[in-house]
Design a protein around this ligand. Structure first.
Ligand SMILES: C[C@@H](N)C(=O)N[C@H](C)C(=O)O
Ligand SMILES: [Zn+2]
Length: 220
């Protein structure tokens, strides 16, 4: 884990945003996707992402093998929800190890949840998703979506070795389609992919991120 660049790393947080002003687009209106019943987010735009992200996801639906669908779990997230998840996970980590410094805590937390001030879901730039069959049954990708590093013993990391060969193949299928469509993965979470955020800018050596925080009820 030490060589992974995390969302709390200054290499990421110091990247600037030049907002391009694209609207949020509801993926439910585009067709071609499956939608999870997990309901991890009750926010008004949970199934929405920026137009540039939606276009790329739509392209990715054409790249997955026949009989496989992209299953959307969560797109845009309200800032207050991001803050609540971040604080709750920090509290969990602090209980497990009261000696952590604030800096260590922030870094450890960002393996699983982004610091609120740079959160890609709040910008409509990230999507949490998995694969399903045509009947809408989720495929095995090795862990539940949103399994923490602790509860999954690290199997949530994209490259984890402690998953079955079938789960590995399914992760490769997901990565082939999303990568070819222009999204980047956050390596501590196999289900988290983004375009236009700071992590994408760092991964692709783009000069800046394209999307800052966006209000679900108002255009960017
Ligand atoms: C908690 C998980 N669903 C997630 O979205 N994590 C990333 C890193 C985030 O908060 O952006
Ligand atoms: Zn995510």
């Amino acid at each position: 884990m030490t060589d992974l660049v995390l969302l709390a790393d200054p290499q990421i947080t110091e990247i600037g945003v030049e907002e391009v002003g694209e609207p949020l687009v509801d993926l439910r209106e585009l067709g071609g996707f499956a939608f999870s019943h997990l309901k991890v987010n009750e926010g008004p735009a949970w199934s929405s992402v920026r137009r540039g992200v939606a276009d790329r996801l739509l392209h990715a639906t054409e790249l997955v093998p026949a009989g496989v669908r992209l299953m959307i779990v969560e797109g845009h997230r309200e800032p207050a929800v991001q803050r609540r998840h971040f604080d709750a996970y920090c509290a969990e980590l602090r209980t497990a190890d009261p000696d952590l410094t604030d800096l260590q805590l922030r870094r450890l937390a960002s393996r699983y949840i982004s610091p609120p001030e740079v959160a890609p879901h709040v910008a409509g730039a990230a999507i949490d998703l998995t694969l399903a069959d045509v009947a809408g049954r989720p495929l095995d990708l090795g862990t539940a979506v949103n399994a923490t590093p602790e509860e999954s013993e690290g199997a949530c990391y994209f490259d984890a070795a402690n998953i079955s060969s079938q789960a590995r193949e399914h992760r490769a299928t997901l990565a082939d389609a999303l990568g070819a469509a222009g999204l980047v993965n956050y390596p501590t979470e196999w289900w988290h992919w983004s375009f236009g955020d700071r992590y994408w800018a760092w991964s692709t050596r783009a000069r800046c991120a394209l999307y800052g925080p966006v209000d679900a009820d108002r255009p960017a």
